[in-house]
Design a protein around this ligand. Structure first.
Ligand SMILES: COc1ccc(S(=O)(=O)N2Cc3cc(C#N)ccc3N(Cc3cncn3C)C[C@H]2Cc2ccccc2)cc1
Ligand SMILES: [Zn+2]
Length: 285
């Protein structure tokens, strides 16, 4: 079965944090704040968060804040909910939420709720249930859920529930594991899980496990380590995690490790990255 090469993954994450000018760093520059969340949370799960300079990270994160109160993916970038949650999560990792102007950030997030209860990701207006989760998770971390209309937010999420028990990104969109995680997560935070048909959704989710033990995001798709997280945590939230074979899933994740240089890929023998290393470690642990 093998085991999680913890030391190798810590070295890999620290090397990515330091790299600035290679291809991946340039490609990922616009979502560096997300990358910081994935990398630092991985280090924290592996008990190695003290390996980074907390003050340096906190001051860099705060430089990503836009005058609107939202955060961009890097210094000087336009604000978006995607990066605002990552900023709050990184500060929470270091227990430094107090450096935030809570009022300003909460108003930015609340300002993105639409009349129908849905959320846009930024001022350009794209609506997606991912943004409902990000807004609700962010405000819950800041204890500011009273800033939004939770009842309408829940109502909108339920309007995206499908006959297969799953959720899509907008009403009528097909069920997808990533959207299911976001919708189930938002319903869990707001105490609204009683609206979910746990047997029907549990069945759709456990059907994501393929014979290799890995989990896919939709029927007929290839397994992918990041889905091990979206599906697994959704099953845990609806108390149906015993419906999948955890040992086989762990074996799939361990097979996706680069045992030499550290890091975890989306599936065996692919290139590793911070994102899949994070979700692989989270899924394994
Ligand atoms: C390397 O090409 C890419 C492609 C897209 C993106 S992305 O849009 O920022 N993003 C985050 C992401 C980060 C990394 C890393 N390091 C790698 C992939 C990946 N994907 C793509 C992916 C993952 N599994 C299969 N696929 C194809 C998800 C995507 C969307 C997402 C964002 C935040 C939270 C969850 C999901 C980044 C890099
Ligand atoms: Zn993936």
């Amino acid at each position: 079965m093998g085991e999680l090469k913890t030391e190798k993954h810590v070295e890999y994450i620290l090397s990515v944090e330091k790299r600035k000018d290679d291809f991946v760093s340039v490609v990922m520059e616009h979502l560096r704040l997300n990358g910081a969340y994935w990398g630092l949370t991985t280090l924290d799960i592996l008990g190695k968060l003290e390996a980074v300079d907390q003050d340096e990270v906190v001051s860099w994160v705060m430089q990503c804040q836009h005058k609107s109160g939202g955060f961009g993916g890097n210094i000087g970038h336009d604000p978006h909910l995607l990066y605002t949650l990552s900023a709050i999560q990184v500060l929470a990792l270091f227990d430094k939420i107090e450096v935030l102007d809570i009022e300003k950030v909460s108003n930015y997030i609340a300002g993105l709720q639409n009349e129908d209860g849905s959320f846009s990701g930024d001022m350009w207006g794209e609506v997606d249930t991912r943004f409902s989760y990000i807004a609700i998770c962010s405000l819950a971390l800041l204890h500011q859920l009273d800033k939004i209309n939770v009842e309408k937010a829940v109502k909108y999420i339920l309007s995206c529930q499908n006959l297969d028990g799953g959720f899509g990104c907008t009403p009528g969109a097909e069920s997808h594991a990533g959207q299911i995680f976001c919708c189930v997560g938002a319903l869990a935070i707001t105490g609204s899980l009683h609206h979910v048909d746990e047997d029907l959704l549990g069945w759709w989710l456990c059907e994501r496990q393929v014979k290799s033990g890995g989990l896919n995001g939709r029927p007929e798709k290839l397994p992918d380590v990041c889905y091990s997280w979206w599906v697994l945590s959704s099953l845990i939230m609806i108390d149906r995690v015993h419906w999948i074979d955890k040992e086989k899933l762990v074996k799939f994740i361990l097979d996706c490790q680069d045992k030499e240089n550290g890091g975890i890929s989306d599936r065996p023998d692919d290139a590793v990255d911070v994102f899949h290393t994070y979700f692989g470690v989270a899924g394994k642990c």
